[in-house]
Write a protein that binds this ligand. Sequence first.
Ligand code: PLP
Length: 395
Amino acid sequence: MTVANSSSKIIYADNAATTKLDDDAAALMFDLQKNFFANPSSSYKLARPLKKILRESREKIAACINAEPHEIFFTSGGTESDNHAIKSVALAHLSERPNIITSAVEHKAVLNSCAALKNLGCTVTILSVDRFGAVKPADLHEKILPSTKIISVMFANNEVGTIQPIETLADIAHAAGKIFHTDAVQAVGHIPVDVKFSGADMLSASAHKFNGPKGIGFLYVRDGVELPPYIDGGAQEFSRRAGTENIPAIAAMALALEKNCRDMNQNATNVAACTKILLDCLRANGVDFILNGGENRLPGHLSLSFKDCDGEALMHQLDLKNICISTGSACNSRQIKISHVLQALAIPENYIRGTIRVTFGKENSRDDAKIIGKHLINCHVFKSLLKSFRKEVIV
Ligand code: PLP
């Protein structure tokens, strides 16, 4: 995707961080914001269209993941959905010192929810992953305790794109009589997500990851699963999530998801072609790198670890060329902190620091992939030339 800014074109390839708001969703959101201001809970006729939009949005979203409309409730996004699902189940059993099982590669919304519960007396079991980032089903089977109340494993990983064996994990959880939650923030709108097939009892999603607006998302809760409210207040959202509904954002989210699901095959083919172009380009130029996340990955997702490189430096060099990608580490003034996901994959020491994440979205073209490849090779060659030059000087 190229974005016009005041002076130059930008190639945006960081779609796992966020996506550009779909044009139709934006137009709908602004129209509703401006012209439909009533509170959907009010009883006069000005509020009736709002109630209808809320109902229809719920129906559209439910249809996209094969749920029933009353199983969807709206939240402020992925973080809130994850917090609600995990904390509300665990807190309802706090006096029994509940156990929570999750994986080492979850988003911080899950891991820090678990850490907060641990401080309150819960026990937390963290499942390790294989070198591609996948949870081993046998490991889950082995680790379930009588005190386990909820198991939370993400649908697809935000850093390396690995798609987890969700159906198998949900089956194992159910065979032991446990609730299974999945953070599907990176999956919904990009790969098929069918709650009846996957077997998840609860599923988190976030609109800004599928070309919807920021600050809105939803939590699917299977009929029959008891989930106490997390935010107390009014009776909105079947008394599960209090607060006046953000109708413009909800309607825009529903439209964006509907469009992404309708065009899913076409979008997936396009982003998969972009990843192939970039990989072919790097391989043809003899660049030494590891492709993280294995074959069973999100189609537009590339996590690449370059040998003896600095991912942060690569990211900044691409930024100078108006290319937006991200890295696998966070840098403060004194040290580089490698992400917990990359550490869990046990990427060799001389590659892990050179990790970048390129995530293509529906607005990216194959030319974008070629341009990124070209600039990456230049950065890489530049770096290795610089290294050998330095070695010569030192020797
Ligand atoms: N879970 C995953 C896997 C994510 O990638 C993100 C966002 O990066 C979140 C949760 C948090 O979502 P939100 O930004 O909507 O709070």
